[in-house]
Design a protein. Structure first.
Length: 279
């Protein structure tokens, strides 16, 4: 009897351990489920960057970002065109009140333009985002404003913006659908002053693991690009448009601590670029 009880206790322990391990297993994912797709302006943000980032043709650019202990984010960027010699830059600050769903964004650029953006998200309805963008140019006194609305749920992201122009507002509309890694987007703008379309864009993208593909048609211009993540610090991107212009970009993230910003002159930094050609 004692052996039988001990055997049942051991069996019960094994079953308990087995059930405990099952509890740690993630639940199966439903077929076809997908996170909320991005807005058209951010359509596959990293895929969108294929057409703009990583191709430093004739431009020297520096981007810096930091965050204070109070939660205020700072970002600054500067660039110089080696062909024209023109330089430009901007300074941006961001602050969020998470409890109220509010965020504030202010930006100043070297063209002396001040922009302010205030947004409220998930307060009136889950997935609904409302925003107001304003800009001011002190030199000329020019002012502008835009009302922005966006609603996003699983598989869909739609938005409608309105330029507050007294001569005739422009209505911007966009929608993005997503399913199993595929993204399909459409963007339109209607100029009420001229009663005609000023923008008519279409985009398709696909992302899976370390590979992503993005193509768009902006009015009559066509581009297609691809990006491959070679490892966590290295990526390779290519693009081509309907004019047969081909671009190739290579991005390498430097390891943390490689640059000693507090002791730059004596930090032992070395930067080099080498080319080997054989014909």
């Amino acid at each position: 009897m004692a052996e039988k009880c001990q055997s049942e206790q051991m069996t019960g322990a094994v079953k308990k351990d087995h059930c405990g391990s099952c509890a740690h297993r993630p639940p199966p994912q439903a077929h076809g489920t997908m996170a909320v797709p991005p807005a058209y302006s951010d359509l596959g943000k990293s895929a969108k960057d294929i057409f703009s980032k990583g191709y430093g043709f004739g431009v020297v650019k520096l981007d810096l970002k930091t965050k204070s202990q109070s939660g205020v984010e700072f970002a600054t960027s500067g660039s110089n065109n080696t062909d024209t010699g023109k330089s430009g830059g901007h300074l941006e600050t961001k602050y969020k009140l998470k409890d109220l769903g509010l965020s504030f964004n202010q930006k100043w650029n070297t063209d002396n333009t001040l922009t302010t953006e205030v947004t409220m998200e998930d307060q009136l309805a889950l997935g609904l985002k409302l925003g107001l963008d304003t800009s001011f140019v002190p030199n000329t006194g020019k002012k502008s404003a835009k009302l922005k609305t966006n609603y996003k749920r699983e598989f869909v992201n739609v938005g409608c913006d309105l330029d507050l122009d007294m001569s005739g507002p422009t209505v911007h509309g966009a929608a993005v659908l997503g399913y199993e890694g595929w993204l399909l987007g459409y963007q339109i703008a209607f100029d009420t002053a001229k009663s005609k379309l000023s923008k008519n864009n279409f985009a398709v993208g696909y992302k899976a693991g370390d590979f992503q593909l993005h193509t768009n048609v902006n009015n009559t211009r066509f581009e297609i690009g691809a990006k491959h993540q070679l490892d966590k610090d290295t990526s390779l991107s290519t693009k081509v448009n309907n004019s047969c212009l081909v671009g190739v970009g290579y991005t390498q993230t430097l390891r943390p601590g490689l640059i000693d910003g507090k002791n730059f002159n004596a930090g032992g930094h070395k930067v080099g670029v080498g080319f080997e050609l054989e014909a």
